[in-house]
Structure formats: C-alpha cells, structure tokens
Write a protein that binds this ligand. Structure first.
Ligand SMILES: *[C@@H]1O[C@H](CO)[C@@H](O)[C@H](O)[C@H]1NC(C)=O
Length: 476
C-alpha cells in the first residue's frame, strides 16, 4: 500500500518537471523508475523487517499474556487448594448428586438422620466409627444394637450408598436399631495413627488379622462402655467384614457371648473355589505388593501403585470403561439389572480407599492354600512367629455365637462350595439364606435396586429372631 502511494507521488514529480527538462526526460524517467525500483525493493525489505518485528512483538506479548494467565492460575489454585477439598471426580457429577463430595456423616445428615462420629484408638490407629443412633421418624431411643463391618477397599459408606429406604444402615435405624458402622484401620475415615506416619512401612504392616484381633474388639468394648456392659450386639459383616468376624470369634472367643448373632453377607473365609479373576492374580499379588514396597508404597492399590496403574489402562468415557477402570468391578463382577447407574459416581467417589499390601497378600495366600489361616511369612519366619513351619489355621470350632450365612449363586468371590465348607466347619450349624436372585453378586448386597425385597426384609426378620431372646438393660 505504501509502495503504491510513493509511485503516485513519483509520477506527479515527473509531470511537473517535464516542461523544462524535456531532452533529459527519458534519462530522468529511467532514473526515477530506477529510484522507484530501488525504493520498491527497499520497501519490500523494510516491509519484511516490519512484519518480522511485529510478529516478534506479538509473540512476546502473547508469551507474556500466557505466562500472566498461568501465574494467575497457579496462584489461584494454590489459594483454593489451601482451603478446599478436591475430590477425584468429574466436577459435573458433583452437581447431580452432592453425595459424591460429602463424607458419610454429611450424607446421613443430608437425609435428615442424626450421625455421630465416635473415635476409638486401637494399637495407635485412630478409628472413626459412624453411628445412626435412631430413626429420623420418632424420637424413641432404640435399645438393640447393630454393628456393621464393611469389606475390602470400602468404608462405612457401603451401608448408606443405596440411600434411605434401601441402604441397610437407614433401614435398620428406621426399624428401631441403634446402628454403628466401623471403619477399619487404613481406610479414609481411620487413616490417622498416633505415632506412625501414614506412608510408613510400619503403619501398613497389618492384615484383617490385626483388625479382628484388636480393632473390632476395641470398637465392641467402646460400645459396651457407652451403652452398658450387658448390651448385646448383632454383628453384620460384608465380604472381608465376615473374614474379620470369624477370625475375631476364633482369636477372641469371649466375644461369642457379647454377640447375639453374627450375620455374614457374602462370606469370604474359604476361597479355593473363587470364580473372580482375583484367583489368577493371586500368585502375582505378592510380587506386585513387593514391587510397591520397593518403591516405598505400602498401601495396596493407591493410584500410583503397580496394580493401580494396571487398573487405569482402560480408555474412554462410557459405562464399560468406567467399570473397567474400577478394579473392584473387575474383581467382583457387575450385575446390570440390580445396579442403579445414577449411583455410580457416588460409589466411585467413596471407593478410593486402599488397603495394606499385607491384606492383599494374606487373601492371596487363602486363595492358594484353600485354608483359613494366619499370615504365611515363609518357612523360617513362621518358626520365629508361630513356632511352626506353616501358619496355624483359625480355629472355627471356637465360633459358638449364632451365625447366619447370606450367600448368592452369582457371587464371584464367595462360591457355594466355599460357603458350604464354612458351614460344615462351624460348630453351631448356622442358618443359611440364599438370596432369591440368580444374578445377585458380591457387591449387590450394598446397592441392589431390589435390596428391600431380596435382602433387607430377611435381615430384619432374622434380627427379630436372634435379638428377642434377651432382656436389655437400657442405659444412656
Ligand atoms: C437410583 O438412585 C437414585 C438416586 O439415589 C434414585 O433417585 C432412583 O430412584 C434410583 N433408581 C432405582 C431404579 O432404584
């Protein structure tokens, strides 16, 4: 554009002077046109220089803006991080259901029930026990006490995820029970320790054995202290919660008299007939735990562990990949008909709790040995720990409390054969209840759409049977 204007000016100069210097017109014109040409070339070079300069400046300005925005973002993020809890979930799902971000007491309270948190110290582990002391309908204080014990990778959230009217904790509270829900050491509600750092090897040196030997007895003692020493408690465990029940009653037989009954939902005691992919993983679980240990990770399946990485290799955002991403669905099976999809974000948000490498290896040992036995430290160390080359079995003949086994046909972890073996080894010849749904699986106990019809009614009926034989001393 500038070049064009200069050309017009040159032509004007030529015209005005052409009268006086006509002979030299040709040379003049040539000179002028050469000048124009030079100027033109010069201008072109200048234009490139200007363009380059502007481009450079634009880049600098752009970089400055980007850095500026980055700085603001970092500053803002660090400010927000210092005061906000960031759950590991898609933010859009938060808006649909606040249960994805709320803790267990928050969810229970949101639904209009009272939730108390009681703290019990066991071997330095700070255990937080959640309690729904009564129904939200009516103010009558219940006298009968139920203790709910969750399974592997889980928490007290298991008993409330299905919501009021379906989740067992609400159902029991509404039916007039005082509901206590323990959280085992190492899970998100019982993570603190009085003297160990939570990422230390010592902290994670436990399996369900220590939970059964120390923690659940400590929780029961605490409940007796609060409610009176004659209080009778019905223990309801799911999955590893049943492992803990039978280990506790064999290691601490005095607790047989405190429990009015023990209900085992999806019993996990003998595991030799397990159908889950966990069975084929059992031989490598020790190695994975070992690799994690070498890297200084003693929590099993936290996000950065070897297995955590394996479980996060699925891509995509659809339902299948969500399930694929979740190791627990992979291990326990998935029953589309009984699973309420709107609960998936809630379930995923509450699952992110690991366990110890020792728990994982202990379960692997049960799968491989087919025995319900203590942790196998290897021949030489077993001599040191147990005074024998192989670990002792838990003595199920000591389990004298009334027991009821709830089992289902489609349970990948708790097969009919293994449940029958448990039944045969229990001296009291427990009651058996087969959940009347062919497809019912290991995790449906927690959130089945038809839980009221398939499970809850049976639990309520059984509680009435087992707890009505006692007179209760009510002390609050
Ligand atoms: C699924 O869960 C949502 C949220 O708790 C609930 O509103 C809905 O009724 C449930 N659907 C079924 C089929 O139970």
């Amino acid at each position: 554009m500038r070049v064009f204007i200069l050309l017009v000016l040159s032509v004007t100069v030529v015209t005005s002077e052409s009268w006086s210097i006509v002979p030299s017109f040709k040379s003049f014109f040539k000179e002028q046109s050469d000048n124009v040409k030079t100027f033109y070339n010069d201008a072109v070079n200048k234009k490139d220089a200007v363009d380059n300069y502007i481009e450079e400046q634009q880049q600098v300005i752009q970089n400055n803006i980007i850095n500026y925005i980055d700085d603001i973002a970092v500053t803002a993020r660090s400010l927000v991080d210092s005061s906000t809890y960031h759950p590991d979930v898609d933010p859009s799902s938060m808006l649909e259901n606040p249960d994805t971000v709320l803790s267990v007491p928050g969810i229970i309270t949101r639904h209009g029930y009272i939730c108390e948190t009681h703290t019990v110290i066991s071997q330095g582990y700070v255990l937080n026990i959640h309690r729904i002391p009564r129904s939200k309908y009516g103010r009558k204080k219940p006298s009968k006490t139920v203790l709910l014990q969750h399974g592997l990778f889980a928490s007290s959230a298991d008993w409330i995820i299905n919501g009021p009217g379906k989740g067992l904790a609400y159902v029991l509270a509404d039916a007039g029970y005082d509901v206590w829900m323990s959280n085992i050491r190492g899970n998100r509600y019982s993570k603190d320790h009085v003297w160990f750092k939570t990422d230390s090897e010592n902290y994670w040196d436990f399996s369900w054995h220590e939970v059964a030997l120390y923690d659940v007895p400590a929780v029961i003692d605490y409940i007796l202290k609060i409610k009176g020493k004659d209080t009778k408690i019905t223990y309801i465990g799911h999955s590893m919660g049943t492992t803990i029940l039978f280990a506790m009653l064999s290691l601490r037989p005095e607790y047989n008299d405190i429990l009015s009954a023990g209900f085992a939902l999806a019993p996990v005691v003998f595991l030799s007939d397990m159908k889950s992919p966990l069975k084929s993983m059992a031989p490598i679980a020790s190695n994975l735990a070992y690799i994690d240990g070498l890297q200084g990770t003693y929590e099993f399946i936290p996000k950065n562990s070897a297995l955590g990485k394996i479980s996060s290799t699925c891509n995509g955002e659809n339902m299948d990949s969500l399930i694929c991403k979740n190791i627990v669905f992979y291990l326990c099976g998935f029953n589309e008909r009984q699973f309420n999809k709107t609960l998936l974000p809630v379930f995923l948000a509450h699952l992110g709790t690991g366990t110890s490498w020792k728990t994982a290896v202990h379960f692997s040992q049960e799968i491989l040995s087919g025995k319900f036995q203590k942790f196998d430290y290897g021949f030489l160390n077993n001599w040191r720990v147990y005074g024998a080359g192989s670990p002792p079995e838990y003595d199920l003949s000591k389990v004298t409390a009334p027991i009821k086994l709830f089992w289902s046909k489609n349970d990948l972890l708790s097969s009919e054969k293994d449940v029958r073996e448990l039944y045969n080894k229990l001296p009291s010849k427990p009651e058996m209840f087969l959940v009347p749904d062919e497809k019912f699986n290991h995790l449906d106990y927690l959130w089945a759409i038809d839980a009221p019809r398939l499970l809850n009614q049976e639990i309520l009926n059984s509680l009435q049977t087992y707890m009505s034989d006692y007179t209760f001393s009510i002390r609050f």
